[in-house]
Design a protein around this ligand. Structure first.
Ligand code: SF4
Ligand code: SF4
Length: 436
């Protein structure tokens, strides 16, 4: 029995892609009257065996990234892996399924009992986070195709001033909150809809998205990885995991001698200088207390402000958008194809309007939660800015560091703690430009 099962199993696996293709060969419906086929947001489904192959490649790439960053400490190996990931997950797999977008599938699965999330998508969501929890953001260094396409265009990175970074670092939280809210309410997947690089991977997208992606790549020549640092919603989760990481890459393989050679080597401003400010601790304490007292106010203000955006946010949902079009048509406006389809569906406008009101109500409640969350994030960021730091040596900011390995070669100390040349020869001129 077992002898006969094996050839069938092999046949089944090999034939899966062909069967999947055959399913696509039936002619698509020929809609009349100017109907525009919606643009696909995801490539056509792949055979299950190939989806598991993607998971296997992801796991292998994550393992390799940990070995290259932690054991070999090789920027070259990380770079080669990054190029592979760009080709495989980006151009070959067309950026889907992607861990960044998978957080929306997970959200939808949590909020909608009707949605069955595939195991492969759960693995794409969880594997990079688990790896980061143990080893830092090696996923960002060389596995994420969105990170890779930006990394490949870094030419002359500049340092972004701390106040600007502090303000911009709120954007990923906002984007994460909006994406989770939209997915939870069933309004669609915002991260996929507004992915600026997927158009390059698929060689097709709207002019607007191509222009956005091109602008980000242009900006990325001087502000390294702008999407990763100031937009990526999955990066928020990776940042949290990385802060808790059990092991994280270090600039030096053994000890820091404060030679300053690595000070400007990070294009992502993720290296923190030594700072010993015991006298400032009392002043910081007072500021922290004030911000702590301010926290409930910020949460309430955020909750109130975002609950007021329910109408524009609800327009993201197709049912609410349709209800608005139907209402406009009833007031004498033109009937869009969607309205004409609705009129022939048999559903009454009252049913549609009731549905839209319910969805808007969900957005109002979700907006309150989102605003409260952002108020809390703002408060924690302010506390983080004024908290005293007692660093004796150059350290990596675990949350912001992308484990790219650029700074490794700047450290003159080898793994046995020996310096490669006399430190006195360095003088004060060790602060070279940013590493590319
Ligand atoms: S920050 Fe986001 S986009 Fe950038 S590499 Fe990490 S997961 Fe990818
Ligand atoms: S490994 Fe070094 S250069 Fe790379 S992101 Fe981390 S601190 Fe910056």
């Amino acid at each position: 029995m077992k002898r006969h099962a094996l050839p069938w199993l092999i046949f089944f696996i090999v034939a899966q892609p062909l069967l999947a293709e055959v399913q696509q060969r039936f002619p698509k419906p020929d809609f009349q009257s100017g109907y525009q086929r919606p643009e696909l947001q995801t490539p056509v489904p792949r055979a299950l065996a190939l989806e598991y192959l993607d998971v296997f490649v992801l796991a292998a790439a994550l393992t390799a990234s940990v070995v290259f960053a932690h054991r070999l400490r090789s920027r070259r190996a990380l770079f080669m892996l990054m190029i592979f990931s760009l080709v495989y997950f980006g151009f070959w797999r067309k950026g889907c399924v992607c861990p960044v977008g998978s957080l929306q599938n997970v959200t939808l699965a949590l909020f909608s009992p009707a949605y069955a999330i595939p195991l492969t998508v759960i693995l794409f969501f969880a594997l990079p986070l688990l790896t980061t929890l143990f080893f830092g953001r090696t996923f960002c260094a060389s596995v994420c195709p969105l990170g890779a396409i930006q990394d490949a265009v870094i030419i002359k990175p500049i340092s972004v001033p701390l106040p600007v970074r502090a303000v911009l670092s709120l954007l990923p939280y906002l984007y994460l909150g909006l994406a989770v809210l939209a997915a939870a309410v069933g309004a669609g997947f915002l991260i996929c809809r507004y992915d600026p690089f997927v158009g390059f991977f698929r060689f097709s997208s709207s002019f607007r998205m191509i222009a956005l992606g091109f602008s980000l790549l242009l900006l990325g020549t001087v502000v390294a990885r702008p999407y990763c640092r100031f937009l990526c919603p999955y990066g928020v989760l990776l940042n949290w995991m990385s802060r808790l990481s059990k092991r994280h890459v270090r600039i030096t393989p053994s000890r820091c001698i404060n030679c300053r050679l690595c000070e400007a080597s990070c294009p992502f401003d993720a290296i923190e200088k030594p700072s010993l400010q015991p006298t400032a601790a009392a002043a910081s304490g007072r500021l922290i207390l004030r911000f702590l007292l301010l926290t409930p106010l910020l949460i309430l203000a955020g909750a109130f402000a975002f609950s007021q955006f329910d109408a524009p946010l609800a327009r993201l949902h197709p049912r609410v958008a349709l209800a608005a079009d139907v209402l406009a048509e009833e007031k004498g406006g033109a009937a869009t194809p969607a309205v004409r389809a609705f009129r022939s569906s048999g559903e009454t406008p009252d049913e549609l309007f009731a549905d839209a009101a319910m969805i808007r109500n969900r957005f109002r409640r979700g907006g309150m939660l989102l605003g409260g969350f952002l108020g809390l994030v703002l408060s924690l960021k302010l506390i983080g800015l004024v908290a005293p730091s007692f660093r004796r040596e150059y350290e990596i900011d675990r949350g912001e560091c992308l484990s790219c390995g650029r700074c490794f070669s700047y450290c003159p100390v080898d793994k046995d703690g020996n310096t490669l040349f006399p430190i006195e020869s360095l003088g004060n001129d060790s602060n070279a430009g940013k590493s590319v």
